[in-house]
Design a protein around this ligand. Structure first.
Ligand code: ADP
Ligand code: ZN
Ligand code: ZN
Length: 733
C-alpha cells in the first residue's frame, strides 16, 4: 500500500524542480495514483499549491514532520505512465523542468479548472411587460427565444452587441434563466466528402513498404504534387481497420483548409482538428474527446503530437523540414523529436514527408536511421513547372529600377490577359537586413562563420550575429569597386503598390503575418483566391506550402536573396526549400506552369539546384559545406539567450557567463564558443537581447553542467534577467 507520494510543485522556479515527499491521508489512499493532480501545503506558511504525483512509496525514511496532501483534483490521473517516460526524456533533451513539460502536455484549461460544461440561457416564456417592452430588452428576448439553450451570456453579449448588464437585468426579472449544459465546442461543420483515389504504382509501393517493413521510421521524399496526402490517408485507413489511431502533423500556417478539407472529407466525425488558434475551451474538448477514445485521427499543428491516444499506430509529419515544428517557448521541443520518442513508446510507425527534406533528416537516411522512399512523379500527371532565373544585376545595367524584371513584368501581363492566376512570393523572414552590391551581387559575410553580416543603422556598421565581429559599411564594393552598396529590404505592401501602379486593373490579395492575424482570415483569403475572385496573390512564406490552386500558372519569386542572405547557417537550405515549395504552386492543373526567380546571385547552388529540381545535387553541396564549417548535423548547437530591460546589467552578466563557459571548456578543443554578442533582433518589447552560441559535440552531462553553472552565476539577478537555453535551435535570430 502506498502511503507516501513524491510531488512536483506547480512553480516556475528552477530551484523547486524536484520531488517533495508528502504523506497521503487515509481517505485518499485509494484515489491517488501516479499522475494525479493534487493540492498540498507548501513552504513556511503552508501555502496551498497544486502539484503532480510523480512517484508513490510504501515507506520513506525520516517521516517526522511530514506534511499531508490536502486533496485531489480530477477523478482520473492527468498524466499517464507514458507521459512520465516522455517527460523524463524531454527534461534531458531540452534541459527543461518537470512543470514546463507538464504544461506542454496537458491543456491549460485543466489547470484553470475549466470544464466542458457551460451555463446557457433558457427562455422562460414570461411575456415582456411595459417596463421591458423596449430596446435592448426586445432584441435579447427575441434572440434567446429563437436560440433557446444555445448561447451563454458572454456569447450573446459579444456577438449581438448587447451589454452584459441588460442580460443580467433580464435574468433578474426571470425572462430568462441559466442552465448548465455539456458543450461541444469542436468544429462540427460538414465538409464535402473527398473520394478515394486509386493509388498509382509509386504510391502503392510506398504504402506497402511502410506497412510491411519491420523498420519503424520512414522519410517520403516526393516532388511537390506527388500525392503524399493520398498516401497518408491510405495509411490512416489501414490503421483504423486495425483499430489503431493516427496523428497527422502539418505546419502551423499550412493548417490550411485544404489538408483539413481532405481529411474531414475522408474521415468525417472520427477526426479532430487541433491547432493553436483554438480557444482554451476548444482545446480541452478535443483533448477529452481523444482521452475518451472518441477520435481515431488527429490532424494538427505541433502540439497535437501530445494528444493522449492510447493505441497509436501511426504518426505522420508532413513538410517535415518546416520550422514551425519547433516550439518557441520553453521547453523548446521539436515535434519531430517528440514523434520519434512516441514511436518507440508505442512501437508505431513514423512517416516524415517532404519535397525538400531537411538536411539533417536526409543525412539520417544515409545513416540508415530512416528508410527512404522516393516519389519522382506528379500524381495527377501534371508536368513540373519551368523555372527561369533572372539576373537582377542586368536589370540595373539596363536601367530598370522597378522591383519587377522585364521578364516577370511580361509574364504577369500575359497571365492577366489570359485570365490565369499569379502568385508573387516574398521569401522574407524576420527583420534581417543584409548589405550587398547591386551591381555585382557581392554580399558582406563574416570570415569566421560564413554568415551574412547584418546591417545596423546605429554607427552604420555590419555585425556578425554568431561571433560578434563588427565593421563599418564600406562606401565601395570590395569586389567591383562600384558605389551601389546598399542594404536590402522590400515588403509585401511595396509589391502590392507596384502592381497597382503598373497593372491597375488587376485584383490583388495580400497574405502575410499582418493580414492573417485574425481567426479564419487565412481561410478567407485562401477561398477568395481559389474562387478566382482575385488575379494575384502576394505573400510571404505562408503561401509557399501545400496550397493547390489549379488556375495558377505563374509564380514570381521577387528576391531570392532575402532568404539566401539570412544570418543563419541554414540560409541556403531555406532558400532551396522556399523556391522548390513555391514553385510547386504553379501548374498544378492541366495548364503548364512557369516560375520566375529574381536574384542578384544567380550562381548560388541553392538557386540553381532548386530551378533544376535537383535535391540531391543541392544536398551534396550543402552537406559538404556543413562538414567543413562544422555545423549540424556534424555538430550540436546550444543557444544561450539572455534578455533584460537593463542593458548594462545584461551585458555585464552575459560577459560573466562567457568567461565561465570559456573556463569550463578551456581544455576541450572540440567545442567552440561564439559570442557573447547582441542577437539579430537585439531588442524586443523593451528587452535587450544577447546571446552565446556553443557549437560542438556535447555530452548530456556536459550540457547539464553548463546549464547548472549558468543558473548559479545568475542567481543574484534572476528577477532582472531572463535566460533561456535552446538545444539544437532552428534559427539563431
Ligand atoms: P503532395 O502533397 O505530394 O504535394 P498532393 O497530395 O497534394 O501532393 O497531390 C497532388 C494532386 O494529385 C492532388 O490534386 C491530388 O488529388 C492528386 N492525386 C493524388 N493521388 C492521385 C492518384 N493516385 N490519382 C490521381 N490523382 C491523384
Ligand atoms: Zn560590386
Ligand atoms: Zn562571425
Amino acid at each position: 500500500m502506498y502511503k507516501y507520494a513524491g510531488v512536483i510543485i506547480n512553480s516556475n522556479s528552477i530551484q523547486l524542480d524536484r520531488l517533495f515527499t508528502y504523506e497521503i491521508p487515509e481517505n485518499l489512499i485509494e484515489k491517488i495514483k501516479v499522475g494525479s493532480r493534487v493540492l498540498v501545503p507548501f513552504g513556511l506558511g503552508n501555502k496551498k499549491i497544486d502539484g503532480f504525483v510523480i512517484e508513490l512509496y510504501e515507506n520513506v525514511e525520516n517521516i517526522k514532520r511530514m506534511k499531508k496532501i490536502y486533496s485531489i483534483f480530477n477523478e482520473f490521473p492527468l498524466l499517464t505512465q507514458e507521459n512520465l517516460i516522455l517527460i523524463d526524456q524531454m527534461k534531458e533533451k531540452y534541459l527543461c523542468t518537470y512543470m514546463e513539460c507538464i504544461k506542454t502536455i496537458i491543456p491549460s484549461a485543466l489547470f484553470k479548472g475549466m470544464k466542458n460544461k457551460k451555463e446557457v440561457l433558457i427562455f422562460t416564456g414570461k411575456l415582456l411587460d411595459d417596463k421591458f417592452d423596449k430596446e435592448p430588452y426586445q432584441s435579447i428576448y427575441n434572440i434567446v427565444k429563437a436560440n433557446n439553450g444555445k448561447f451563454t451570456k458572454t456569447h450573446l453579449s459579444k456577438n449581438f452587441q448587447v451589454s452584459l448588464s441588460s442580460i443580467n437585468t433580464m435574468l433578474k426579472h426571470k425572462f430568462l434563466i441559466q442552465q448548465e449544459s455539456i458543450v461541444n465546442r469542436y468544429n462540427d461543420r460538414e465538409y464535402l466528402s473527398y473520394e478515394k483515389k486509386e493509388l498509382n504504382e509509386e504510391q502503392k509501393n510506398a504504402v506497402n513498404k511502410i506497412l510491411n517493413c519491420h523498420e519503424k521510421k520512414f522519410l517520403i521524399h516526393g516532388v511537390t504534387g506527388s500525392g503524399k496526402t493520398e498516401i497518408y490517408m491510405n495509411l490512416v485507413q489501414k490503421m483504423m481497420d486495425q483499430g489503431k489511431e493516427s496523428i497527422i502533423l502539418v505546419p502551423e500556417i499550412s493548417l490550411t483548409p485544404q489538408m483539413v478539407e481532405r481529411f474531414k472529407g475522408r474521415f468525417g466525425k472520427d477526426i479532430t482538428v487541433f491547432h493553436s488558434k483554438l480557444s482554451d475551451g476548444e482545446r480541452l474538448d478535443e483533448w477529452l474527446r481523444v482521452k475518451e477514445g472518441k477520435v481515431k485521427v488527429a490532424i494538427g499543428a505541433r502540439s497535437a503530437i501530445f494528444l493522449p491516444f492510447e493505441n497509436l499506430g501511426l504518426i505522420v509529419i508532413d513538410e517535415e523540414h518546416e520550422g514551425s515544428y519547433k516550439s518557441d517557448s520553453d521547453p523548446k521541443y521539436n515535434a519531430r523529436e517528440i514523434g520519434e520518442i512516441k514511436t518507440e513508446l508505442h512501437n508505431c510507425k513514423l512517416v516524415l514527408g517532404s519535397a525538400t527534406p531537411s538536411i539533417e533528416t536526409y543525412y539520417r537516411c544515409n545513416n540508415s536511421e530512416f528508410e527512404l522512399i522516393t516519389l519522382n512523379n506528379r500524381a495527377d500527371g501534371a508536368n513540373m513547372p519551368r523555372i527561369q532565373i533572372v539576373d537582377m544585376r542586368e536589370e540595373l545595367a539596363n536601367n530598370n529600377r522597378s522591383i519587377f524584371s522585364k521578364k516577370l513584368f511580361e509574364e504577369i501581363e500575359n497571365r492577366l490577359n489570359k485570365k490565369e492566376q499569379i502568385i508573387l512570393f516574398l521569401n522574407r523572414r524576420g527583420f534581417s537586413t543584409f548589405v550587398s552590391c547591386r551591381k555585382c551581387g557581392y554580399v558582406f559575410k563574416c570570415n569566421n562563420c560564413d554568415i551574412s553580416l547584418t546591417y545596423h543603422n546605429l554607427g552604420d556598421s555590419l555585425i556578425c550575429h554568431y561571433c560578434g565581429s563588427r565593421q563599418k559599411v564600406p562606401k565601395l564594393c570590395p569586389k567591383c569597386g562600384s558605389n551601389y552598396v546598399k542594404y536590402f529590404g522590400v515588403g509585401t505592401e511595396r509589391v502590392q503598390e507596384e502592381i497597382k501602379k503598373y497593372f491597375p486593373q488587376a485584383k490583388t490579395l495580400r497574405m502575410d503575418f499582418d493580414t492573417t492575424r485574425k481567426k479564419n482570415s487565412y481561410e478567407y483569403i485562401y477561398n477568395t483566391f481559389k474562387e478566382g475572385k482575385a488575379d494575384i496573390l502576394i505573400g510571404t512564406q505562408m503561401i509557399a506550402k501545400g496550397l493547390d490552386f489549379h488556375n495558377v500558372t505563374l509564380v514570381g519569386v521577387i528576391a531570392a536573396d532575402l532568404s539566401l542572405n539570412l544570418p543563419d547557417f541554414r540560409a541556403s537550405e531555406r532558400t532551396f526549400q522556399l523556391i522548390t515549395q513555391v514553385s510547386g504552386r504553379a501548374g498544378r492543373g492541366k495548364k503548364e506552369g512557369t516560375v520566375v526567380v529574381q536574384t542578384y546571385n544567380p550562381e548560388s547552388y541553392s538557386i540553381i539546384s532548386a530551378s533544376d529540381n535537383n535535391y540531391l545535387g543541392f544536398y551534396n553541396e550543402e552537406i559538404n559545406l556543413r562538414n567543413i564549417m562544422n555545423y549540424p548535423p556534424f555538430s550540436q548547437i546550444m543557444l544561450i539567450n539572455m534578455s533584460s530591460e537593463n542593458e548594462d546589467l545584461l551585458i555585464k552578466n552575459i560577459q560573466n557567463v562567457g568567461i565561465i563557459l570559456k573556463d569550463i571548456l578551456k581544455n576541450n578543443d572540440k567545442i567552440e564558443i561564439l559570442g557573447p554578442c547582441p542577437c539579430e533582433i537585439s531588442k524586443i518589447k523593451n528587452n535587450y537581447r544577447w546571446q552565446i552560441i556553443i557549437k560542438g559535440d556535447m555530452e548530456l552531462e556536459l550540457k547539464k553542467y553548463i546549464r547548472d553553472r549558468i543558473y548559479e552565476t545568475l542567481k543574484e539577478v534572476y528577477n532582472h534577467i531572463r535566460v533561456s537555453m535552446d538545444v539544437n535551435p532552428l534559427s539563431l535570430i
